[in-house]
Design a protein around this ligand. Structure first.
Ligand code: HEM
Length: 442
């Protein structure tokens, strides 16, 4: 009975059934967790103030600071809550660590009359507990967040440090300065400080922070929880055996069967003549080649700055700062890979259909559109991050989300181009559904 059930499952029908059931289950789980994510979002307070009533920053500062953080491409220099580039600091960790250091010194001086470096081990232990208590006293809420006066002072020291760093720059750390204004840097400090609270204050009713103790701060005995390690470990351990199992089953029960039935592989595709629309595709090739070459050169430039952040590589870092070049590096890849795919589709569609596109000129139109979107997007990233598009950065400059830097207008342009392309390909192959060539190529 069991062997019959197993046999049924291992049939082509059974495996396809399993594929759909598992697929639907996984997507349902994904939707469930995504829907629940809304509950996990840390609150944005209306105000953050000190215990003695001093206003430190507001909701607007945090939100505008986030915008400034994006506008100037800071995520392509350092990271936020662990996500971003690795040349600069993790801004969240830096603020949290500096706050802890500040509090160690503050309590050291207050209780023992000396800074943390001069404390004995026992005194340092006591100071650590006071610091932990100070961190744990912060409760994030949508109304207001109250810092102890000590943490308020720590915030102000952090803010002053970040304003100086962002505005004046630090050549040793490959941050050139000279673009961000002090008031913008001050708002960025509010946003970074909020992220620091996300990483350091506990979710009500739990013993973990809003970011599940990531990034961790050993000075306040904070570490990633066992559950995070456990889940990651099992995901990692199961991924490979499960992948191997799927490949094995697919080969044994789906592909090999074809071998047994002596089904011959089709002849490889040979292109002996080309349609007018395909000829027009030739002009895409230099664009793809140019963009990918440029990407590789810029990758080399980035690697060079990693190796020696103080040096210049052919062009001054003042003209080509690391964060701007990293954005161009990522987005050039997105553009040339996307254009390459489009060319592939447009090359194959007429072969599948056995006839050319209805309007071959559209290939030229798409080429011009892609050139405008790709070129405009890349120029926008440069101008936006360099501070030349302060009013319109989101639409035309750099959106500032790692991997999604192209300004919104260029994003929409790319999407329209893709839909346009889909229409061109689909309208060409639609009628070829029963054509024998479809079987040859797909
Ligand atoms: C000469 C070849 C290349 C060099 C030297 C190079 C160098 C670099 C460097 C230094 C970074 C910054 C790492 C960081 O701070 O996060 C980077 C990031 C990246 N590069 Fe390249 N790259 C090269 C080619 C490519 C190619 C061909 C692609 C894709 C088509 C690519 C895609 C990426 C991506 C996606 C990132 C972001 C990685 C992340 O943040 O996780 N790179 N590259």
């Amino acid at each position: 009975m069991l062997s019959r059930a197993l046999e049924g499952f291992m049939s082509r029908k059974g495996l396809y059934g399993a594929f759909w059931i598992i697929g639907i289950f996984m997507v349902t789980v994904l939707i469930y967790f995504t829907a629940n994510l809304a509950k996990e979002v840390p609150p944005l307070p209306q105000i953050v103030k000190s215990q003695s009533g001093e206003l430190l920053y507001t909701y607007d500062d945090i939100v505008k600071g986030k915008g400034d953080f994006q506008q100037f491409g800071l995520m392509d220099y350092g990271s936020m809550l662990g996500m971003g580039a690795y040349l600069g600091p993790d801004f969240t960790t830096e603020f949290m660590h500096k706050r802890a250091e500040f509090l160690y010194d503050f309590f050291g001086v207050k209780h023992y009359g000396k800074p943390s470096a001069e404390l004995s081990a026992a005194e340092r232990g006591a100071v650590k507990e006071l610091t932990k208590a100070d961190f744990n006293a912060v409760v994030m809420s949508e109304e207001q967040i109250v810092y102890s006066d000590a943490s308020a002072l720590a915030y102000k020291a952090n803010r002053d440090y970040l304003i100086k760093f962002l505005v004046e720059g630090d050549h040793e750390r490959a941050w050139r300065g000279g673009v961000i204004k002090p008031e913008e840097a001050s708002r960025i400090a509010a946003f970074v400080d909020w992220s620091q609270m996300v990483a350091s204050s506990k979710r009500p009713g739990t013993d973990r922070t809003w970011s599940n103790n990531w990034p961790k701060e050993p000075m306040i005995d904070q570490d990633v929880t066992w559950a995070s390690h456990n889940i990651t470990l099992w995901e990692w351990l199961l991924l490979w055996p499960a992948t191997i199992l799927v490949i094995y089953l697919a080969y044994e029960y789906l592909i090999k069967e074809n071998d047994d039935s002596k089904e011959k592989l089709e002849e490889p595709l040979k292109i002996t003549s080309i349609f007018p629309s395909q000829e027009k595709l030739l002009k895409y090739v230099p664009i793809v080649a140019l963009f990918s070459l440029l990407q590789l050169i810029l990758g080399g430039y980035l690697a060079h700055i990693y190796a020696d952040p103080t040096d210049h590589f052919l062009i001054s870092q003042d003209i080509l700062p690391f964060n701007v070049v990293r954005q161009l590096h990522l987005n050039l890849a997105i553009v040339w890979v996307a254009v390459g795919w489009l060319v592939g589709g447009l090359l194959i569609a007429p072969i599948v259909a056995g006839k050319d596109l209805r309007f071959p000129r559209l290939v030229d139109v798409l080429w011009v559109a892609l050139l405008i979107v790709g070129g405009g997007g890349l120029i926008g990233i440069y101008l936006g991050s360099m501070g030349y598009l302060r009013e319109t950065w989101f639409w035309f400059g750099s959106e500032g989300r790692e991997f999604l830097e192209l300004g919104r207008v260029w994003d929409i342009g790319l999407l329209v181009g893709l839909v346009f392309w889909f229409g061109m390909v689909y309208s060409t192959i639609r009628k070829a559904k029963n054509d024998v060539l479809v079987g040859t190529i797909i």
